[in-house]
Design a protein around this ligand. Structure first.
Ligand code: NAD
Ligand code: UDP
Length: 310
């Protein structure tokens, strides 16, 4: 008998990679999405697979599933700063009501529940790099508050279901992840810079570009999620690539790897844009025996190729 995994947000960027990965591993996959920021083309090649079921549903509303579900991976949520500024109420609702509904589903099905949380729970961090023990520095009423606080609530309710209902829950604190199937206009640095460079247009660096990020290639992230899902770990675990660089260095790297004639143009830094971000992955290394394998250069080359073809 195949084990069944329900993936919310399965038509999104990371969700669609997870669906493909889990089908390859021999699972049945139930993908739930309402296409708020996802796209049916991300999962079109899976639709002929008899182990793949798609359900069009908004997870802020209760969901009943007749069949056995062994794992619930809750990835539904706008994820780019541009998207959660466009959909602030939906972002809060999917983090709060969506997580509550999916925990309820996992409880009746006796499934393992895994929450896609985020490095944004650390806000604009005052500790660097960020270990899981850091509680963060979040502005609840700033433009990023709708996302950060929704995810912080989602973590709190996940831990409450673990503590009070004895459920087997997991929390992945995902740091900036990139790869094929990102929307070219989702506003995030990777698709924005790559599409600008390929069109020989100026790359829009926000602020002076001295803020740092650490970019993880999606195949590494998916491996980490899979290891966490099968593990006995119930506390939050950081998943990301600790290879840190400034956004200006990153933009220059994109120009070099695309052999583009683009220049760099500087735009105002968005409010509350974190100044630094880098995961401390000691816990993931120790508990999951996981660390990223794809260097930023190799990952960027792959994603550039994908954007060129698509
Ligand atoms: P994405 O926008 O590509 O995917 C999110 C998916 O969720 C979309 O398909 C969207 O339609 C769906 N969705 C949103 N609200 C829904 C609802 N109410 N009901 C059903 N489906 C809904 O984003 P992504 O980058 O793939 O991120 C996926 C998850 O990973 C998110 O929870 C995000 O917070 C988390 N995450 C991502 C990153 C990253 O760098 N990509 C970093 C940290 C955390
Ligand atoms: N960024 C930028 N130009 C862009 C898009 C993003 O300089 O066109 C910067 C952004 O201000 C942030 C970093 O790149 O400092 C990463 O942004 P992204 O939206 O990818 O994710 P974040 O880490 O902010 O959630």
């Amino acid at each position: 008998m195949k084990r069944t995994v329900l993936v919310t947000g399965g038509a999104g960027f990371i969700g669609s990679h997870l669906c493909r990965f889990l089908l390859d591993k021999g699972f049945r996959v139930v993908c739930v999405d309402n296409f708020l920021t996802g796209n049916s083309s991300n999962i079109s090649e899976l639709k002929g697979n008899s182990d793949f079921i798609f359900i069009s549903h908004d997870v802020t509303k209760p969901l009943e599933i007749p069949e056995a579900i062994h794992y619930v991976l809750h990835f539904a949520s706008p994820a780019s700063p541009f998207d959660y500024a466009t959909f602030p109420i939906q972002t809060l609702k999917v983090g709060a009501m969506g997580t509550h509904n999916m925990l309820g589903l996992a409880k009746v099905k006796n499934s393992v529940f895994l929450l896609a949380s985020t490095s944004e729970v650390y806000g604009d961090p005052l500790v660097h790099p960020q270990p899981e023990s850091y509680w963060g520095n979040v502005n609840p009423v700033g433009p990023r508050g709708v996302y950060d606080e929704a995810k912080r609530f989602a973590e709190a309710i996940t831990m409450a279901y673990h503590a009070f209902h004895g459920m087997d829950t997991k929390i992945a604190r995902i740091f900036n992840t990139y790869g094929p199937f990102m929307r070219k206009n989702d506003g995030r640095a990777v698709p924005t810079f790559v599409t600008q460079a390929l069109a020989n247009k100026p790359l829009t660096v926000f602020g002076d570009g001295s803020q740092t990020r650490s970019f993880c290639y999606v195949s590494d992230l998916v491996e980490g999620i899979y290891k966490l899902m099968l593990s006995k770990v119930n506390e939050p675990v950081n998943l990301g690539n600790p290879e840190e660089c400034t956004i200006l260095e990153f933009a220059k790297k994109v120009i070099k790897l695309t052999s583009s004639g683009s220049k760099i143009t500087f735009k105002p830094l968005p409010i509350d844009d974190p100044k630094t971000r880098c995961p401390d992955i000691t816990k993931a290394k120790k508990l999951l025996k996981w660390e990223p394998k794809v260097s930023v250069d190799d990952g960027l080359k792959r994603v550039i190729e994908w954007f060129r073809e698509n």
